[in-house]
Design a binder for this molecule. Structure first.
Ligand SMILES: [Zn+2]
Length: 133
């Protein structure tokens, strides 16, 4: 058996890599590099802990648990980056649109700018109110 076959046999039934692992590897690397400059024991420890976690997850046989962890990570990431993306989107549209929240359900609403006082109906909850644009 060559090395590659041995490795494949070893990895059979194990979880392997996913987005969370890649993120943790990156985090570990960042912490360890940062530690070269700051020389803080805590950064080093966190970096090594993240690396250990990456390998524990990779070699884990609890496929379902690892998959759920990854899903939670992706959801959180989507929430965080999605918020920033939406905000950046709004900045681009600010010239033509006014953004505000529905007073009833706090959904983000968008109406064309410069239409004077208009009646807005929330597309989420149906609440109607007047708004200057
Ligand atoms: Zn509403």
């Amino acid at each position: 058996m060559n090395l590659k076959e041995r490795f494949l046999r070893f990895m059979a039934g194990r979880y392997g890599s996913d987005q969370l692992s890649r993120f943790l590897s990156f985090l570990a690397l960042a912490l360890i590099v940062l530690n070269l400059f700051l020389r803080s024991g805590i950064l080093w420890l966190l970096g090594v802990a993240a690396l250990v976690l990456v390998h524990l997850r990779m070699f884990s046989r609890s496929y379902e648990k690892r998959r759920r962890e990854n899903e939670r990570y992706l959801q959180l990431k989507y929430k965080l980056t999605g918020g920033v993306r939406n905000w950046a989107d709004r900045q681009k549209q600010r010239r033509d649109y006014v953004f505000f929240r529905c007073p009833a359900c706090h959904a983000m609403l968008r109406v064309p700018r410069g239409k004077g006082r208009i009646r807005v109906t929330c597309r989420k909850c149906g609440n109607a109110f007047e708004r200057k644009t």
